[in-house]
Design a protein around this ligand. Structure first.
Ligand code: AVJ
Length: 320
């Protein structure tokens, strides 16, 4: 459920996206309760290597990663942006708790449902953990960071969530993070690396069709929340990878010429046969791009942790 203001922003964004040429919808709206559940399913898919690679890194190199955080002494806030189900984060939390480190875990997520699940799970798994969950858009929540506490901040941005930003947007995002960070704070980011395009396309076009469902669910959400009459059967999920840009993109293609009415907007939208709606970018990085991005946004790379296949990197950034 969203507030009336959020609902208006959603309606405006849908109007904007469906009126544009080419049409688009923002992937940030994928995560209603059903969308969050579908994303949990995606993470379990054999084709979706990202979660497995990051898990391998965080479980195999926990000690080195925590040492690189420099968090053995003093108290700090462990802030997680887009926390999701916290499966990977629990590896770090467990490690810190066993060393009696004094910290508060601050998960931030847009989905109420996801936060509730996470908080319950962590409360059961770690009775001694201090948790301070925050629901909201992390862009907005960010602004409250500086006033929140004087404690050292270790900010986690895992799961290749940064992939959903284009390159310019990613730089703006890290710059605004930098602005609320102090010199001894750290930022720990999960990047998906460039690799065989076939491996990437499979991850976004799985055999069971869960990713297709994940995309189509946004049409269902628009039907429910904005009174639209999208017929999901008339749209087809399509995933592509552009090896020069390193961009995986997904689209919903209109299978035929059709008209969709959105009641809340009191507007109709025309779709030509095979016209695409651009749904999501999942940017893949090269090591050079990561270095560049860090410097361009006011950081230096203090450490990189990769999996055996070099599919993925968790990069630790230090403000400069
Ligand atoms: C949550 C943004 C990392 O882009 O890989 C998974 C979302 N989309 N399958 C990604 C997603 C389709 C995912 N991120």
């Amino acid at each position: 459920m969203q507030s009336p203001i959020q609902q208006n922003i959603f309606a405006d964004d849908v109007r904007g996206g469906l009126s544009a040429a080419p049409k688009f919808l923002s992937s940030k709206y994928f995560y209603d309760d059903e969308g969050s559940r579908l994303f949990q399913e995606i993470m379990k898919l054999p084709e979706y290597y990202l979660t497995k690679s990051e898990y391998e890194i965080l479980s195999g190199q926990t000690k080195e990663i925590c040492a690189a955080f420099g968090a053995e002494t003093g108290e700090f806030d462990l802030i997680e942006l887009g926390a999701g189900d916290g499966a990977k984060t629990s590896l770090l939390v467990d490690f810190f708790l066993k060393r009696q480190t004094d910290f508060t875990y601050v998960p931030i997520d847009i989905s109420v449902e996801a936060l509730k699940c996470l908080t319950e799970k962590f409360a059961a798994q770690f009775p001694n953990l201090s948790i301070q969950a925050e629901q909201g858009d992390y862009f907005l929540t960010l602004q409250t960071f500086k006033s929140k506490s004087a404690r050292r901040k270790i900010i986690l941005f895992l799961g290749s969530n940064i992939g959903n930003f284009g390159k310019a947007q990613a730089q703006d995002f890290f710059k605004s993070l930098r602005a609320v960070m102090n010199d001894d704070d750290r930022l720990f980011i999960g990047f998906d690396l460039q690799k065989d395009p076939r491996t990437i396309v499979r991850a976004y076009d799985d055999a069971q069709g869960v990713t297709a469902e994940f995309n189509l669910n946004l049409l269902t959400r628009i039907n429910r929340e904005l009174g639209a009459d999208f017929n999901r059967a008339e749209f087809s999920h399509y995933a592509s990878y552009h090896p020069i840009e390193g961009a995986a993109r997904s689209f919903l293609l209109s299978r035929r010429a059709q008209t969709v009415f959105v009641k809340t907007l009191n507007e109709t939208f025309e779709f030509a046969a095979w016209e695409p709606i651009f749904m999501e970018i999942s940017q893949k990085y090269s090591p050079e791009m990561i270095e560049e991005l860090a410097h361009a946004s006011g950081f230096e790379v203090a450490g990189n942790f990769t999996d055996d296949k070099k599919f993925y990197v968790n990069s630790l950034w230090k403000p400069i």
